[in-house]
Design a protein around this ligand. Structure first.
Ligand code: AKB
Length: 339
């Protein structure tokens, strides 16, 4: 008998670690964690099996596929937007090739179990391309179907993988005698910038938000790489994790889309700097703009209209800008750095 588990790829990343903690707290599922790096010692005891491997290593994936009965896959592994621009072909291999490998496992699992396998895909605000600052400033809150013309390799990869997920869940092998459509229950959220008290992201372009507070809390100066007026949506990691759980639990009948975007608060880099300076009196924040990374954030919307997620599966952020700092980031980060 194969052992029933939830498979999480990119398990050692920011979202992965948060998700492992949330599933372990629920205590209703065994987790197999897969990551390129060995799993952080804080979350390792919470998983049944921690596999250190590349998602492009099909031998390892086959071993996991053979050993376990996988009820759900959270495919979080990816190369983020800034890093992907430096190595676009590697990013394409990992972001698209890796997703295809996991979709293939999901189909095989579903056919051997005779039931659909749930597949969560974290997409990104990077799928949008506003086409310049003026359009960004004048567009208002963007809906899921607007401006889907990404300007980064990462954004292109995410948008394409959303389509692959939709294809695999509805149309896979549509011309074969027995169509396999409906074998994968694919659900995706396009996340805005995420801020966690536990981890600092790396390789992304929304990283200036989390980097700023983590640097200042450790008494280090911070050079922000975007202009003070740069605005984009952000949310806390606990809200991101609870959104994933809500979407995955939602009744399929109530979902009108396979891909939703969500946001908690849209603020400027200056808003971040002011907030953090008020909270830490020794803060040293200055702006040293990288024009190239600036152009990436300028291509992302300032605000999202997330009415579909609110209506279909009850999305509602637990934190706004003020409570994110007062009730989550500052107390947790201060504990972490021993303030
Ligand atoms: C990045 O900056 O690449 C990510 C994202 C917005 O998806 N944080």
């Amino acid at each position: 008998m194969r052992k029933p588990v939830i498979l999480i790829t990119g398990a050692n990343g920011e979202i992965g670690q948060g998700l492992i903690k949330a599933i372990a707290k629920r205590g209703d599922s065994n987790i197999v964690a897969l990551d390129l790096d060995s799993l952080d010692s804080k979350v390792k005891p919470m998983v049944r099996d921690a596999v250190t491997a590349n998602i492009l290593d099909t031998n390892i994936l086959e071993r996991i596929n053979a050993k376990y009965e996988i009820s759900a896959i959270y495919h979080l592994a990816a190369i983020l937007s800034t890093r992907a621009e430096f190595s676009p072909h590697i990013a394409h291999d990992v972001n698209v090739g890796g997703t295809l490998n996991l979709l293939k496992i999901a189909v095989e699992q579903a056919s051997s179990q005779g039931k659909a396998v749930k597949f969560f895909f974290p997409s990104s605000i990077a799928v949008y391309g506003m086409g310049g600052r003026e359009e960004k400033e004048n567009s208002g809150a963007v809906t899921e179907d607007q401006y889907c013309r990404p300007e980064t390799m990462y954004g292109c990869n995410k948008l394409y993988c959303e389509h692959l997920g939709r294809y695999y869940s509805k149309y896979y092998q549509r011309l074969s005698a027995v169509s396999s459509g409906g074998m994968i229950d694919f659900r995706a959220i396009r996340f805005p910038g995420l801020i966690s008290s536990d981890t600092v992201p790396s390789g992304g372009t929304s990283d200036y938000g989390p980097e700023m507070i983590h640097a200042v809390a450790q008494g280090e100066p911070y050079a922000c790489f975007v202009r003070p007026d740069t605005t984009m949506p952000f949310m806390t990691m606990p809200d991101a994790i609870s959104a994933m759980e809500s979407l995955m639990k939602a009744d399929a009948q109530s979902l009108t889309r396979t891909v939703y975007h969500i946001s908690s608060f849209s603020v400027s880099a200056q808003d971040f700097a002011d907030k953090i300076s008020n909270l830490y009196n020794k803060s040293e924040i200055f702006f040293k703009v990288s024009d190239k990374r600036q152009a990436i954030v300028d291509s992302w919307p300032a605000e999202l209209n997330d009415v579909a997620a609110r209506k279909d599966w009850g999305w509602k952020p637990g934190f706004d800008f003020d409570t994110a700092f007062d009730n989550y980031l500052v107390p947790e980060i201060n504990k972490r750095y021993g303030e």
